[in-house]
Design a protein around this ligand. Structure first.
Ligand code: 2RA
Length: 330
């Protein structure tokens, strides 16, 4: 398959290339796409060298699939042009996620919504992806009424500039600031801009995307998203209220039996998910599974995943794999 990666030189784009190679996606021709200033730059993919091309050049090459991670404005402007030449776009930006005509997909949760007519498919926000993978088996069994989530998000979610800020601060070097405040030895309770209702865009993404992906507008979600000085992935404290009561052993069984989920839950031996263990993995790790003793039918759970992989690149590649398996592309 002719596969374009739009934003190939960025943090997520680089991971997309790595995951495509690792998972042996049948790429017969790679089309790395970046801004004009990167044109001609060489990208190594599975032992072959490819030159970065511009968006217009890539469109003219009519790729079968285009994985986008190049920001919302590029997706808004360019995704339709790729679709117009027959390319199936899987877009990691927020541009199309809440568009009622576009599918928002986490394969383990709602891949069945996809059809051959879907030429622009939205990859959800990283913090939403890992949460819904963990919620889905429990929603199917006990029906979720409400989720309260607090996140502890890696600086890699912001990008290279934020990683550089953290590393510089740790070395005592004054460098460019990705955030309004120092991030080392600090936490910043703001991810993206504030909305009129006092929530940030990141929090509203978790609230709105969850309902769309789970296909259930009745699920109530509230979120507090926080940036922390960590590299390996995003962590989330989930408080989940169900319609029905549950059995803890059964909850663990359901999660352990879910594709893409790994249960790490042995508190007496200090075993629980941590970003340093999730780093560079594709699974969602859950632990600290326990009843909320302050409210009936309510569960507390801790969830960790690599936000650049399952939270972005791997989820996008898994969508492409599903489309291929179901003969919706290729
Ligand atoms: C973040 N989820 O962590 C957002 C976008 N990647 O910054």
């Amino acid at each position: 398959m002719k596969v374009a990666v739009v934003g190939a030189t960025g943090l997520v784009g680089t991971v997309m290339l790595k995951v495509l190679a690792e998972r042996n996606f049948p790429v017969t021709e790679l089309i790395p796409v970046a801004s004009a200033k990167s044109k001609g730059k060489e990208i190594d993919f599975k032992g072959k060298k490819y030159k970065v091309v511009t968006v217009d050049e890539a469109i003219a090459m009519k790729p079968d699939v285009a994985l986008f991670s190049a920001g919302g404005s590029t997706s808004t402007e360019q995704a339709p042009k790729f679709a117009a030449v027959g390319t199936t776009v899987i877009d990691n930006s927020s541009a199309w996620r809440m568009d009622p005509t576009k599918k928002l997909v986490v394969p383990e949760v709602n891949a069945d919504v996809l059809t051959a007519e879907d030429k622009i498919i939205a990859n959800p926000n990283c913090s939403t992806i890992q949460m819904v993978v963990a919620l889905k088996p429990l929603h199917d069994e006990y029906k979720i009424k409400r989720v309260v989530v607090s996140t502890y998000q890696s600086v890699t979610g912001t990008g290279v500039k934020a990683v550089d800020q953290l590393m510089n601060e740790r070395k005592g070097i004054k460098g460019e600031m990705a955030y309004a405040y120092p991030i080392d030895l600090n936490v910043i309770p703001q991810i993206d801009v504030f909305q009129a209702n006092g929530y940030t865009k990141e929090e509203m993404k978790m609230i709105l995307e969850t309902k769309k992906i789970m296909g259930d507008e009745s699920i109530r979600v509230t979120a507090t998203t926080v940036r922390i000085p960590v590299m390996g992935g995003h962590s989330e404290a989930l408080n989940i209220e169900f319609e029905k009561d549950f059995d803890l052993a059964k909850v663990r069984e359901l999660l352990a039996a879910t594709s893409g989920v790994i249960v790490v839950d042995d508190p007496s031996n200090a075993k629980y998910p941590m970003p340093m263990d999730a780093h560079e993995k594709d699974e969602v790790f859950v632990g600290r599974i326990r009843r909320d003793e302050s409210q009936v039918n309510t569960l507390n759970m801790w969830c960790v995943a690599d936000n650049l992989r399952k939270g972005a690149a791997t989820n996008a590649v898994q969508i492409a794999e599903y489309l291929l398996e179901q003969k919706l592309i290729g």
